[in-house]
Design a protein around this ligand. Structure first.
Ligand SMILES: [Zn+2]
Length: 702
């Protein structure tokens, strides 16, 4: 799912940047790797070039020499080659520097745009609804023409030209000095950032291997639910139900609120299963195995007495309930060990934490932590917890962190909406023709609406739909939407409006931004927030009435409770990565024990008071924690950003002009973007204030 987002949504400035940014990384300084002659050669070139260009060039030259020195390896050439390179490629005057900057900006846009075009064409058969996918189509789809660009650019030394002339920056500099930078300075910074790492192929390979091994481990971690035996000896779940941890297990807990008869018993069993997975006391034999029955309370296993799997059950001659040998944590450790090897090659972000927070998110870890803590310690938590208890008619249990009951019944049934939509949009072409009209209903001027419609190609999607932006000016964005034989249904329409929101953002942030090196938005959460704004108005686009205030309030409380839950999950993920960095030689069993104690600690601090139970482990169940390199904080940050943008849009008279103003800011830091958009840096206040209001609206009515 994440790769999907990256491939389809990430509006990265250049393929090379996307390439280097996508690899999760970690580090130390590269000083000790510097070649023995480097210092003398750099000193010599400094003297020579200052004599030639004057004292004014000193600061820039010193910086350039330092930056090149950090990445130059023996294979790039000896001292004479280095000196000659610097002599020829240092832009000693402003005119040369401007020419260099403009040419790099233009050519990198072309490179990125055309690579993207190849990529899009190669994926056509697998992405679009165009008949059977043959074996070679998948190879085309999997081919990445940009995979070696970064290596090539170090090899032919274009990367060194950039490093010699443009500044590498740290997040701290971007935050503290960035607001005073000119747009050109920002663009120069982004240009250099594209070359801020030079990770050897074998290190990348190891990283990819650890990622794919942990992915594979997660992808087959199913529990066969019919074979769960509850304390009363009952089978609570239907035959053939196979749930993937953690997604399906969690979604089953959510769905079980609707089962008035056995829902609660099922939810308790699911919690028991999750905790067995986290502690790795789960019997190895029950993982993805319909051949045994398992009582997760006593941990007893037996040969299955009933058979529900088509694949045929395996018999176990020597059946034991021996626990899974901490494999979950062995997988996580491998990703850590692989990530750590990148550290020395990433001088401006020398740990995985730094790469995630300082580079991918561009919000310092300490600030993210503070925002998440602001959510979990909000005085609203106990109030909403009480409200949920009232709605459930029982005391909260730990799995109620996944409470799913803040749902409003809309004014129209799904069937009514389907009928309206399929009549209006019998084909994808009908939707395409209506785009200018839809955009005008959303407040874009007729002129902008027509311009945008002309920049969006509508394709029939094989899956549910996605948006694929362009990477080069003048190229069109692609809206992939699914239309059934009966015409578009409401779900498809709702998704199409969301994806069109991405396309509109992509079009503005590429074509109207002043520098293509600043193309895009600060991170994925921002494009999602903008897309959700349009999606949230889909009923009005159909000419129907918008959701009423109470439905809106329920939706806000639902978002608040989700953010409360996922904030704790993210805090666990962050603490676990720090623990691994602090214990580089840890064994899987030690990591298991540490994770359990971290999860308990965060639960006891922020959740136990509302749930009346201590030492719960559920916050450590997410599979992303095992295979996704500190990805989980993206979720709560995404909620907060979406709320901030939505709240601002609500205050605006018309969405169109505000949307455009926000989207063309480009890829600066999240705080700068948000200050331009809403007047305030990224923070939790919008969500908390909206939730407070929603609570006041919903609580008296129970
Ligand atoms: Zn989206």
């Amino acid at each position: 799912m994440r790769l999907f987002l990256v491939a389809f949504l990430c509006v990265s400035l250049a393929a090379i940047t996307a390439f280097s940014r996508e690899i999760p990384m970690v580090s130390t300084t590269t000083d000790e790797q510097t070649l023995p002659w480097m210092k003398d050669s750099a000193e010599k070139m400094k003297k020579e070039l200052i004599a030639k260009h004057g004292e004014g060039a000193r600061a820039r030259l010193e910086r350039g020499l330092r930056q090149v020195g950090q990445f130059w390896r023996a294979e790039d050439g000896e001292a004479a080659v280095f000196e000659d390179f610097v002599r020829v490629n240092f832009a000693g005057d402003q005119v040369t520097l401007d020419t260099m900057f403009n040419r790099f900006e233009n050519l990198l846009e072309k490179l990125s745009g055309h690579l993207h075009e190849i990529n899009r064409e190669f994926r056509q058969q697998s992405d679009l609804d165009k008949g059977p996918i043959l074996s070679f189509d998948e190879v085309f789809a999997g081919y990445d023409p940009g995979a070696h660009v970064l290596d090539d650019f170090f090899h032919n030394k274009l990367a060194f030209v950039v490093l010699l002339n443009f500044p590498l920056t740290t997040l701290e500099e971007r935050i503290t000095e960035g607001p005073q930078w000119s747009r050109r300075q920002w663009a120069e910074g982004r240009l250099a950032q594209g070359f801020s790492k030079r990770v050897p192929a074998e290190v990348n390979l190891e990283l990819a291997r650890a990622a794919s091994e942990s992915d594979a481990y997660i992808a087959q971690y199913n529990i066969w639910m019919y074979h769960l035996i509850d304390p009363g000896g009952q089978r609570l779940f239907p035959p053939k139900l196979r749930l993937l941890s953690h997604w399906n297990l969690r979604d089953e807990i959510k769905a079980d609120y609707a089962d008035k008869e056995r829902g609660l018993a099922k939810q308790r069993s699911l919690q028991q299963v999750m905790e067995r997975i986290i502690t790795q006391t789960i019997p190895q034999v029950v993982v993805n195995n319909p051949a045994v029955d398992w009582n997760p309370w006593t941990n007893e296993v037996k040969i299955a007495t009933e058979h529900d799997s088509d694949s045929g059950n395996t018999q176990y001659g020597n059946l034991t309930n021996a626990p899974e040998p901490a494999t979950r944590y062995a997988m996580l450790l491998k990703t850590y060990q692989a990530a750590r090897k990148v550290d020395p090659y990433s001088p401006t972000a020398p740990t995985l934490m730094a790469r995630r927070f300082d580079e991918d998110r561009e919000v310092p870890e300490q600030r993210v932590k503070a925002m998440l803590e602001q959510v979990v310690t909000s005085p609203l938590v106990p109030k909403v917890a009480k409200l949920i208890e009232t709605r459930l008619g029982r005391p909260l249990e730990p799995f109620d962190i996944w409470y799913d009951g803040f749902r409003a019944r809309g004014a129209y049934t799904e069937a009514q909406l389907d009928a309206i939509v399929s009549k209006k949009y019998p084909t994808a072409e009908a939707y395409r023709q209506d785009i200018p009209d839809i955009l005008m209903k959303l407040g874009f001027t007729p002129e902008k609406a027509n311009y945008l419609a002309g920049m969006i190609v509508v394709d029939p999607a094989r899956g549910s739909g996605h948006a694929m932006g362009a990477e080069m000016r003048g190229e069109k964005a692609h809206l992939r939407t699914r239309v059934e034989a009966m015409g578009m249904n409401y779900k498809g329409f709702n998704i199409a409006v969301h994806e069109m929101g991405h396309n509109v953002e992509q079009t503005f942030s590429l074509n109207e931004v002043d520098h293509t090196l600043l193309e895009g938005v600060p991170n994925t959460a921002f494009t999602e927030a903008l897309a959700m704004v349009l999606q949230g108005h889909d009923l009005e686009v159909l000419g129907l009435s918008a959701p009423d205030a109470r439905s809106e309030a329920l939706r806000t409380l639902n978002d608040f409770w989700n953010t409360y839950e996922i904030s704790g999950v993210a805090l666990v993920d962050m603490a676990v990565w720090h623990w691994m960095y602090d214990h580089p030689k840890a064994k899987p069993e030690e990591l298991r024990d540490a994770t359990v104690s971290i999860a308990k600690d965060i639960w006891n601090r922020y959740y136990a008071p509302e749930f009346g139970k201590r030492d719960v482990l559920l916050l450590a169940i997410y599979s992303h924690m095992i295979d996704s390199f500190l990805y989980l904080p993206d979720y709560p940050i995404g909620h907060l950003i979406a709320f901030q943008v939505e709240e601002k849009m609500k205050q605006a008279g018309a969405i169109g002009p505000e949307f455009e103003r926000m989207a063309k800011m480009g890829r600066v830091t999240p705080d700068m973007w948000m200050i331009n958009a809403t007047g305030k840096p990224v923070g939790a206040e919008s969500l908390l204030a909206a939730a407070e209001k929603a609570y006041a609206q919903v609580s008296p009515q129970k």
